[in-house]
Ligand binder design. Sequence first.
Ligand code: KG4
Ligand code: ZN
Length: 328
Amino acid sequence: MSRVVLGIETSCDETSVAVLKDDKILSNIVSSQVEIHARFGGIVPEIASRNHLKNLPIVYRKALETAEVDPHDLDAVAVTQGPGLVGALLVGLSFAKGLSLSLDIPMVPVNHLQGHIYAAYLSHRDLTPPFIALIVSGGHTEIVLVRDGFKVLGKTLDDAAGEAFDKVARVLGLGYPGGPAIEKAALEGSDSKYDFPRALLSDENFNFSFSGLKTSVMYFIKKNPSCSISDVAASFQKAVVDVLVEKTLLAAEKYGIDRVVIAGGVAANTCLRRKMNDRAISKGLKLYVPPKNLCTDNAAMIARVGLEKLSEGNTASLEINAEPGLQF
Ligand code: KG4
Ligand code: ZN
């Protein structure tokens, strides 16, 4: 039996609605608030909530129109419950509750991090557990073993990888969001020009730390104001990528897993995609990388988790609340 699921994502600064028919994406509309937050150099939570409130009904209508689906043909509404900004999450959750009630369809709450991993199921139909997933976003950096459920093997002890990109970009005067800006600047630079620290790289665990790297870049710029921004960007990017790749491969080796997924906004980084691919090949591992538009925040990945939970009968009552600190 075919099922049509609407997904809603409002955990951070993207307002997104998608329609999935089974695991086929009929629409995946993303309205970014990046330009609004860029002038503040980062996301302002209150402004994010207000813009979700304004944009969500428009994005919802566009998603249905593009999918050519009538709201009464929806079988369920899946919505990000957490982790994320509480006000932003509440906008999406309230909208989903309204749809659930008015259309008399079940509501499926979704963990945003699980959504990032499930983006890989949308792009790779042949993917099945067990696999190791590296989730790298603005708020999270985690290595997860996906086998019977989700086992977090390690995570960042301080800043997330995306956060480090955003903060370093700010110091370099490259603007927000930092990831794409650093990637672009790095194209003109040499990644071996400066040797920035690679924290915890040789430790036999799967935790990360990026705040020392960020501080090191900040001091370096202060001491060398006339240095090449491109060389710093390229060397910083290489330091982050080296740690992400080696720790992920170490996890695959230690747990005897031959499949690796990378997910989350930082997985849109070409340098990370390339290095992970080269190193995975050299180790005989199969790498699954979603296209860039499914790596950054989007509602199709949320609907994909919703589809699975719906088939398990895992729906929720309208009493549930947003969970800004939701974990696996
Ligand atoms: O997954 P995401 O869209 O939102 C969160 O759940 O956080 O990730 C956003 C993060 C930001 O920190 C952004 O700078 C980073 O992903 N990012 C990148 C790239 N594109 C987005 N980082 C490095 N290279 C990129 N191309
Ligand atoms: Zn995300």
